[in-house]
Design a protein around this ligand. Structure first.
Ligand SMILES: Nc1ncnc2c1ncn2[C@@H]1O[C@H](COP(=O)(O)OP(=O)(O)OP(=O)(O)O)[C@@H](O)[C@H]1O
Ligand SMILES: [Mg+2]
Length: 371
């Protein structure tokens, strides 16, 4: 064992490195995060490649030096971190420091530390410091900023129209005929619906992203649900012969959240009608080969242009839309979130007739529910 690997083993507090299950061949330079280890005298004995990349300090300049000199960390107010935390002299029960955003010569670094003691309240034998760059966090912040920008943009266009028409009607009420006023009010009504729908979708997304989407399971008759959705489409003006429902028996009982199953079916059918073409075939059958064992699968296929191969991996991401004719691009993201909250899976592919084919499978019920 080299001094470095023994330092990692000691840091893990679990004897030889093999005990961690990581195997004897793991070297500090294999770690994706920065690792700095100081011995009982506070001298740097390990400074891995990622630490060098994150800090811009060469290992040769750090090894053997007091850790406070080798890593002159400061908090965001400019105070010297080593003085604040005092790992070797502080409270003897302290086991480390939680992750903090610190500064190192103008760079931001995420730092956490672990104090390894010989005995629970004994002196610090090793100081193990983990360093992470802030790019990952910045990327998350950037994606939040993008989300806000997109949402603001999506909300603005219907609201601009609502504002425009209401202002015009208020100013020039007498000058318009009843038909013109009706048309404007219908547009205002449709745009208000769009805003309401968008807000409902955003709430769903925030629940999906934070894992708070609630699934209230009841017995669901999937074939009946599909029939209802086809009926709704024909009532809304689609030709009845545009839809074909197929059923493969025997169907197992399904316990799922009926409102959410409706959302999934509604979105997939609407997409097939709006983005696809030709006959829309909906096949309901037992799910074969899903990881949860028994379940129900639903396949929605159309005869339209389909989804290009290179875009298939992106259809379930939020705000992705293939053409200008698309809506907000949130539908399939929510569909996937709902299916996965049920413990199911969804895939996209090419239909036999060339269009898009979406297939989702729901297990009979989640194992936790059955238990
Ligand atoms: N059946 C289909 N055939 C061809 N393209 C499709 C089909 N279904 C979805 N797409 C493509 O995938 C994109 C994303 O679909 P998604 O349902 O997420 O969003 P949307 O329908 O554009 O908007 P929203 O559902 O939020 O109103 C669509 O814009 C469309 O380009
Ligand atoms: Mg859609």
């Amino acid at each position: 064992m080299t001094a470095e690997t023994s330092a990692i083993a000691a840091a893990a507090g679990s004897g030889p490195p093999e005990a961690s299950g990581c195997g004897p061949g793991l070297a500090p330079d294999d770690l994706p995060d920065g690792l700095v280890v100081a011995d009982e005298h506070g001298r740097v004995v390990c400074f891995n490649a990622a630490a060098a990349r994150i800090t811009g300090i060469a290992p040769g300049d750090a090894l053997g030096r007091p850790v406070g000199d080798a890593l002159p960390l400061q908090d965001l107010e400019g105070r010297r971190w080593w003085q604040l935390t005092d790992p070797y002299g502080g409270l003897a029960i302290r086991r480390g420091q939680p992750e903090r955003n610190l500064l190192l010569g103008g760079r931001e670094v995420l730092v956490s530390a672990r104090y390894v003691r010989a005995a629970p309240t004994g002196p610090v034998r090793r100081l193990v410091i983990a360093l992470r760059g802030t790019e990952a966090r910045r990327r998350t912040e950037l994606s939040h900023a993008e989300l806000i920008a997109t949402v603001a943009h999506e909300l603005r266009s219907p609201l601009t129209s609502v504002k425009g028409f209401t202002a015009t009607l208020l100013r020039k009420w007498e000058r318009f005929t009843d038909d013109q006023k009706r048309l404007m009010l219908e547009t205002v009504d449709a745009d208000a619906n769009r805003v309401t729908r968008l807000i409902a979708e955003l709430l769903d997304i925030s629940r999906i992203d934070s894992g708070r989407l609630e699934v209230r399971r009841q017995r669901v008759d999937m074939v009946a649900a599909v029939r209802r959705h086809v009926q709704a489409q024909t009532t809304a003006g689609q030709r009845p012969d545009r839809f074909l429902i197929r059923m493969r028996e025997p169907l197992p009982d399904l316990w799922a959240d009926p409102d959410k199953v409706d959302q999934v079916l509604g979105n997939l059918l609407e997409n097939a009608v709006r983005h696809g073409a030709g006959t829309v075939t909906i096949e309901v059958g037992p799910a074969d080969g899903t990881s949860g064992g028994e379940g129900t699968s639903v396949t929605v296929s159309d005869e339209g242009p389909g989804i290009p191969e290179e875009s298939m991996s992106r259809v379930f991401t939020r705000f992705w839309r293939g053409s200008k004719r698309g809506g907000t691009g949130l539908g399939l993201y929510i569909v996937k979130g709902i299916v996965e909250a049920h413990g199911g899976t969804i895939t996209v592919g090419r239909a036999p007739a060339g269009g898009a084919q979406f297939r989702f499978s729901l297990p009979v019920a989640a194992p936790a529910f059955l238990g």
